[in-house]
Design a protein around this ligand. Structure first.
Ligand code: KIV
Ligand code: ZN
Length: 520
């Protein structure tokens, strides 16, 4: 293999906590963001974009807390080209060992005209002013030209030159709407490298969205043309169809090192841990056939493939499941497994829980093991819901549910909850057992969310499998997901609904007034 050159190193910039959180329903609490940031840091991500500090008190607090705790990675906050944004971002990342401010403004005519209601000249002035201010407050400044791939190239070159002249150390070229094609993006990055006079003073970064399923391909084309930073997210989370997925670019670079002469500092064996954590926190299940982290990514179904695999794994595997953190044995434990083994298992799956959360998860594991002979990794993952993540400190806690239903009776649900620590009971009816259960919950909560999605799937095979339920609720334009699993589908449904309700309650309490600041 050719010897790696110093400038073959690709900087991995993870924006799961910022662009990823912009996925409808992916709102995360501060505690959840801190957990994810810890995993990103430990797996070797170079820069963690922890949020958009001006967006709310909650966003500021999350960026600030992550800045204080992160050991290795740079911690970055996004900011529009406005003084208040930039000052808030710089303040939030200040405690970080390596702070970064990331300021952006649109450079395409369509955005300048319709979104900014401005002109090219004004935008150029704003770039100079915003980058200058950011650089005054922070040594590491990234500038992005939003919708760069649809911008007039000559204007984009000018904008980049001005950003670098005023102190940008990284210039990011987003394909904001996922429109570009790999060869076009290659040409654009090549042109930037060849024509922006001061380009040698900054690192070129790319940020690709996946609207046409090309985000990874575009990012790889860009590094071949000279980009050295890739912005990406775990599981490809992000606005609309998402962003370039971290696991895809990192594994493409590693697996095809014969053709792509680059390297990253990512410990790829932690990829599954990060993927599971993000999926569990957001309630976004990873599609089975998702590259690298999907449940079927290393499953071999056909006889010919299985036969080949038994003879030599290279026949059908271009990378090993272990190299991305999959464990071959999925069977874990039963009712005789103790605390120690359970803690080890959780660690292997990516969860380092505090004492309260651990006890909660362990009790639920024991209850499950009493009902189910074999407890699989997926069963354990399904136990890790919001209540566990937040150490049991949630306003609405499930206690019990009795449901009567059938072809001759109207469904009735008798529900018992702990509401802010006080036991409450209620009975409700509905069109079927799930409707009756959700109606019962709605009687005990102070807001009336809209049900956007109700989805059930079996975690493992067999009739004793846990049902994993996802509930998506919306309230005042905010969308949240709740996930839960139980061998009883109705209990899982009630818990999933309550998890979503708890998210709404937590978010409402923390961030309600401040999002308005974004519109100022
Ligand atoms: O997609 C985009 O253009 C962005 C920028 C803020 C970098 O997310
Ligand atoms: Zn984006």
């Amino acid at each position: 293999m050719a010897k790696k050159q110093k400038n073959d190193r690709i900087i991995i910039f993870d924006t799961t906590l910022r662009d990823g959180e912009q996925s409808p329903g992916a709102t995360m609490t501060i505690e959840e963001k801190i957990l994810i940031a810890e995993v990103l840091d430990s797996m070797g991500v170079d820069i963690i974009e922890a949020g958009f500090a001006i967006a709310s008190e909650g966003d500021f607090a999350a960026v600030n807390a992550i800045a204080k705790r992160t050991k290795e990675a740079s911690v970055c906050s996004l900011a529009r080209a406005k003084s208040a944004d930039i000052e808030r971002a710089a303040e939030a990342v200040k405690p970080a060992k390596k702070p970064r401010v990331h300021t952006f403004i649109s450079t395409s005519d369509i955005h300048i005209q319709y979104q900014l209601n401005s002109t090219r000249n004004v935008v150029l002035e704003q770039i100079a002013d915003s980058v200058k201010l950011a650089r005054k407050l922070c040594d590491d400044v990234e500038w992005s030209g939003m919708d760069a791939s649809r911008s007039d190239p000559d204007f984009l070159m000018k904008a980049i030159e001005i950003a670098i002249k005023n102190g940008a150390t990284t210039v990011n070229i987003p394909d904001t709407v996922g429109y570009t094609l790999p060869h076009q993006f290659y040409d654009l990055i090549t042109r930037i490298k060849n024509t922006v006079p001061n380009i040698d003073k900054a690192i070129i970064s790319v940020h690709c969205h996946n609207d046409l399923g090309l985000a990874t391909a575009n990012s790889l084309a860009a590094i071949q043309a000279g980009a050295r930073q890739i912005e990406c997210t775990i599981n490809g989370l992000g606005e609309r169809a998402g962003n370039t997925s971290l696991e895809e670019v990192v594994m493409a670079i590693k697996t095809r090192s014969d053709a792509l002469k680059f390297n990253t500092d990512i410990d790829t064996t932690q990829i599954m841990r990060a993927s599971r954590l993000v999926s569990s926190v957001t309630g976004f299940a990873v599609q089975n056939n998702k590259a690298i982290v999907g449940a079927n990514a290393f499953a071999h179904e056909s006889g010919i493939h299985q036969d080949g695999m038994l003879k030599n794994a290279n026949t059908y595997e271009i990378m090993s499941p272990e190299s991305v953190g999959w464990t071959r044995s999925k069977l874990v434990m039963g009712k005789h497994s103790g605390r120690h083994a359970f803690k080890d298992k959780l660690k292997e799956l990516g969860f380092n829980l505090g004492d309260n959360s651990f006890e909660d998860a362990f009790n639920r594991f024991k209850t499950l093991a009493d009902k189910k002979k074999h407890v699989f990794d997926d069963d354990i993952l399904a136990l890790i819901d919001d209540r566990v993540m937040q150490g049991g400190t949630i306003p609405y806690q499930f206690i019990a549910l009795e449901v009567s239903c059938g072809s001759k009776t109207k469904a009735k649900a008798a529900l018992e909850l702990k509401v802010n620590g006080k036991k409450q009971q209620v009975i409700s009816s509905g069109d079927g057992p799930v409707d009756a259960t959700f109606n019962a919950i709605k009687k005990l909560i102070p807001f009336q969310p809209q049900l956007e999605l109700y989805q059930v799937h079996a975690v493992t095979g067999g009739t004793d499998a846990q049902a994993e339920v996802t509930v998506r609720l919306s309230l005042d334009g905010r969308i949240v997901n709740g996930n839960a699993a139980d061998t009883d589908t109705l209990v899982a449904s009630a818990r999933a609904y309550l998890n979503a309700v708890n998210r709404i309650a937590t978010i409402e309490a923390k961030v309600k007034p401040e999002k308005a600041a974004l519109n100022s």
